[in-house]
Design a protein around this ligand. Sequence first.
Ligand SMILES: CC(C)(COP(=O)(O)OP(=O)(O)OC[C@H]1O[C@@H](n2cnc3c(N)ncnc32)[C@H](O)[C@@H]1OP(=O)(O)O)[C@@H](O)C(=O)NCCC(=O)NCCS
Length: 152
Amino acid sequence: MIDDLDRIMHVMDAAFDPAYGEAWSRGQVGDALVMPNTYYLLAGIDGSDPQEGQQAAGFALSRGAADEEELLLIAVDPAHQGKGIGSILMQRFIETAQDRGAVRLFLEMRDGNSAESLYRKYGFDNVGRRKHYYRRGMGTPLDAITFVLHKK
Ligand SMILES: CC(C)(COP(=O)(O)OP(=O)(O)OC[C@H]1O[C@@H](n2cnc3c(N)ncnc32)[C@H](O)[C@@H]1OP(=O)(O)O)[C@@H](O)C(=O)NCCC(=O)NCCS
């Protein structure tokens, strides 16, 4: 029996390049999911909720605080990338977070991540840079870029 933690980890393990250390462990995701202010969305291969017993093609994980919500992770299985699933997840994230009362949506991205075009497509603006935020073993640390979207 596949549960939602299995579905998230299936995409997590496939989508994130281990070189950047961005993927969360099963324990980290499991701990997050029991927090009352943590939300997730799953998408099957057509962008809607995955069918019973099916793995997911993508997920989004976010955390709310007061009238803000942060998109912690968004990922699509590489086998299904480039088909609009990330866009559907982003659109659903924006709508559901705003329905919960969020007026500012934040996210943080490793400098150079091609996900930037997805964020800009949905109106997120670059509002800051945290120098050397992502440490990666012997590699050069990378900056984090902060994006925000204000509710209209
Ligand atoms: C970022 C990510 C979620 C996008 O998912 P996706 O399903 O491929 O996204 P979409 O097909 O909806 O494409 C969204 C936009 O991304 C861009 N894009 C998609 N595929 C691309 C590619 N191969 N190269 C460059 N840009 C691409 C396009 O701008 C596209 O918009 P468009 O369709 O209007 O042209 C996915 O690439 C991913 O899981 N990446 C690895 C995990 C990650 O780094 N997540 C972000 C940090 S948490």
